[in-house]
Write a protein that binds this ligand. Structure first.
Ligand SMILES: Nc1ncnc2c1ncn2[C@@H]1O[C@H](COP(=O)(O)OP(=O)(O)OP(=O)(O)O)[C@@H](O)[C@H]1O
Ligand SMILES: [Mg+2]
Length: 219
């Protein structure tokens, strides 16, 4: 199977999973909550002194929290309309959302990005930037970072840099043998490899982190 079709299928499957969760379990939980509200009313009228009311309230609270969490998760995974939107507009949307959620500031610079970027490349770059922003937010310990994207001779280059705590990538590679966690960086590398691109991560404790990616605009 061609690399670009693998990347697109994964994204289509993800969209389907998001829809399935939304249309199935989320709707059941909504229905359960409204049935529960009816029962709570009835209990309040018929048995106002029983200990049922606080217990039912606790169930309702748990259901609401779980609904809230599932819906935030679905929001984060629902991909934008890749086909219709340009790469820059997709990046702007993602960065805006990241700033809203984290209250951090992302400096975004885009230069000479080709107007035509193929769908699998857009999808891969979107997922890579999403993970890079998430890593910087979760691990770097800074409130400001920079994203640059530019076109170069038919390729698209992307850097995500921060001046945060940094880390030792060699040590991480050793740890990976024993521990299969840390799927973020591996996923980025795999996406870049499928597109025949280049991936460089430079980091050092106390010296910040720089991620550089180069991929062809069309595959
Ligand atoms: N910008 C960064 N600043 C500091 N440390 C980082 C940065 N990016 C990555 N790291 C380090 O590299 C590790 C591996 O990152 P990776 O994205 O693979 O896994 P993760 O973020 O820990 O978990 P997940 O699988 O959810 O992505 C992180 O745990 C962190 O220690
Ligand atoms: Mg990560």
């Amino acid at each position: 199977m061609q690399a670009h079709s693998i990347l697109s299928i994964t994204e289509e499957e993800l969209s389907r999973i998001v829809l399935d969760i939304h249309d199935g379990p989320v709707q059941y939980q909504f229905t359960a909550l409204s049935l529960l509200a009816e029962i709570q009313n009835e209990v309040q009228q018929t048995q106002p002194r029983s200990d049922l009311a606080p217990r039912l309230a606790q169930v309702a609270m748990l259901l609401e929290s779980s609904l809230y969490e599932i819906r935030s998760f679905l929001g984060a995974f629902r991909p934008p309309e890749f086909r219709k939107r340009s790469l820059i507009s997709i990046f702007e949307g993602l960065i805006f959302q990241h700033e809203e959620w984290t209250h951090n500031t992302v400096e975004f610079v885009a230069e000479h990005v080709p107007a035509e970027v193929m769908l699998p490349v857009k999808i891969a770059l979107y997922r890579i930037l999403q993970e890079a922003l998430s890593n910087t937010y979760r691990h770097a310990g800074v409130e400001q970072y920079t994203v640059r994207v530019w076109g170069d001779d038919g390729d698209i280059c992307l850097t995500v840099t921060d001046e945060g705590c940094g880390f030792d990538p060699a040590q991480l590679a050793q740890k990976l043998d024993e521990n299969t966690q840390h799927i973020g960086l591996r996923g980025m590398k795999e996406r870049v490899a499928l597109l025949g691109g280049a991936f460089h991560l430079t980091s050092q404790p106390g010296q910040g982190t720089r991620l550089f990616i180069r991929v062809p605009a069309s595959v």
